[in-house]
Design a protein. Structure first.
Length: 438
């Protein structure tokens, strides 16, 4: 029976609040120690790629072209690994670079190169004047941390399930040449699971903007499907060229959540001019990537079909955990209309919006009960959610049973914080708070 919290009488609300206090006391007594903070693959997922530890094998250090992978060189990465991932990312092989383990490192370096030297379309280095980035929210906290690190002003724009508020983005870039970049997670965005559709993508590529405006296109979850519908990546580089802005996209990806999170392969793709620009700058930083790791990945994955097959095995592990999140939230919170949440078709997160002004309280209550959550507001620039309502749920690392315990406990915290707030706003006696600071 649907009983929206806002429709409950004070007596009914107080009774529900007392129920949640009792449930919370039971939660505390369990002595839980659960972690839903980061989107880390579970040990079971990492085990899927343990064959990598036996590769390439003694004496098998040359790739199909005869390159000795133990030596220097090969700045663009082994052709074998680039050939596997080019079709998955929908980019030309000769415009794809394979690097070391972290795509975040490539994002960092690309941003630094632009700041210090400018892009191929820049009149001067970005750092010669204050610059700004558009940040669809909720978004990825590490993107925002890079901007914060280098003093880049961030402008938040609301993100829907098909992409950002286009009217707002167009207005911003048309009237402010200091806006040089925009963070985009086009497939199963962190944390909402949003997928940028073709119409939105074309509009972003076609809109007037500064000549050296760049879309930092982080395709971290390009093949990370949670259903049997495996949506392919858009051919964004060709679309950019068709729009007359061939250099607008810097594309990033990695195998971090495909093979080993800490020992994978990262990728950068862009226009030919941008690839040349990146390699020229990169050549001053390194003589070449870890080609042995490229080789072992190429030998293990064998081809794009090998990646697809591996990701389906990941899905078998992950999908039940996401099912637990959505089913328990629906069961515990749905009738009260106490929160809303996403039900993503891929990626690693569920975005939970609780009652305005209660997210910080919910996270505090959960922490006290042994359920570690990413800090409230983490999905917003500087960690500040203006409505204090968004919480990111990362269910990948715990077991299915642990996810169930954590989400059920989180639901109790959501209801406790919501009823507490409503009672405290009423004219009658305020609600007791348990435990910790509000």
């Amino acid at each position: 029976m649907i009983m929206p919290l806002s429709d409950l009488s004070h007596t009914e609300l107080a009774a529900l609040h007392e129920e949640q206090i009792s449930a919370y006391d039971e939660l505390l007594a369990k002595g839980l120690k659960l972690d839903l903070t980061r989107g880390k693959p579970s040990s079971e997922q990492l085990d899927l790629s343990n064959e990598l530890l036996t590769l390439p094998g003694a004496g098998a250090y040359r790739d199909s072209t005869g390159t000795d992978c133990r030596n220097y060189g090969g700045l663009q990465g082994l052709p074998g690994i680039r050939t596997i991932f080019a079709p998955l990312l929908n980019v030309p092989v000769d415009q794809l670079i394979a690097g070391d383990n972290s795509s975040l490192s490539i994002m960092h370096d690309t941003l630094v190169y632009a700041l210090l030297k400018g892009t191929v379309d820049s009149v001067e280095a970005w750092s010669r004047a204050p610059i700004k980035f558009i940040c669809p929210v909720p978004g990825y906290d590490r993107h925002f941390a890079l901007c914060e690190q280098f003093g880049i002003e961030m402008i938040s724009v609301p993100l829907s399930q098909d992409g950002p508020d286009l009217d707002r983005v167009r207005e911003l870039v048309a009237n402010d040449a200091s806006i040089k970049g925009m963070w985009i997670v086009p497939m199963y965005s962190n944390p909402t699971g949003a997928v940028y559709n073709e119409e939105v993508t074309r509009a972003l590529l076609e809109m007037p903007a500064a000549g050296d405006f760049r879309m930092f296109w982080d395709n971290a979850y390009a093949v990370h499907h949670l259903t049997e519908v495996e949506t392919p990546a858009l051919d964004v580089l060709a679309m950019a060229a068709e729009a007359g802005h061939p250099n607008r996209v810097f594309l990033f990806a990695s195998t971090s959540k495909i093979t080993f999170a800490g020992a994978g392969v990262s990728f950068f793709a862009s226009s030919s001019s941008n690839v040349d620009w990146y390699l020229k700058n990169l050549s001053k930083r390194t003589i070449g990537p870890d080609k042995i790791n490229h080789l072992r990945h190429a030998l293990y994955l064998k081809g794009a079909d090998g990646v697809t097959a591996l990701m389906r095995r990941h899905r078998e592990i992950l999908a039940p955990k996401f099912d637990q999140v959505t089913s328990i939230l629906s069961k515990r919170l749905g009738d009260f209309q106490a929160a809303t949440w996403t039900d993503p078709d891929g990626g690693y997160f569920v975005s939970l919006d609780v009652a305005d002004g209660t997210a910080t309280r919910v996270v505090t209550l959960a922490k006290e009960a042994g359920i570690a959550m990413t800090g409230a507001g983490a999905a917003f620039p500087h960690g500040r959610d203006p409505r204090d309502r968004n919480i990111r749920i990362a269910p990948s690392f715990p077991s299915v049973e642990e996810v169930a315990l954590a989400i059920d406990g989180l639901a109790t915290c959501v209801l406790l914080a919501a009823t507490e707030k409503l009672l405290n706003e009423s004219v009658t006696s305020p609600a007791p708070q348990r435990p910790g600071p509000a």
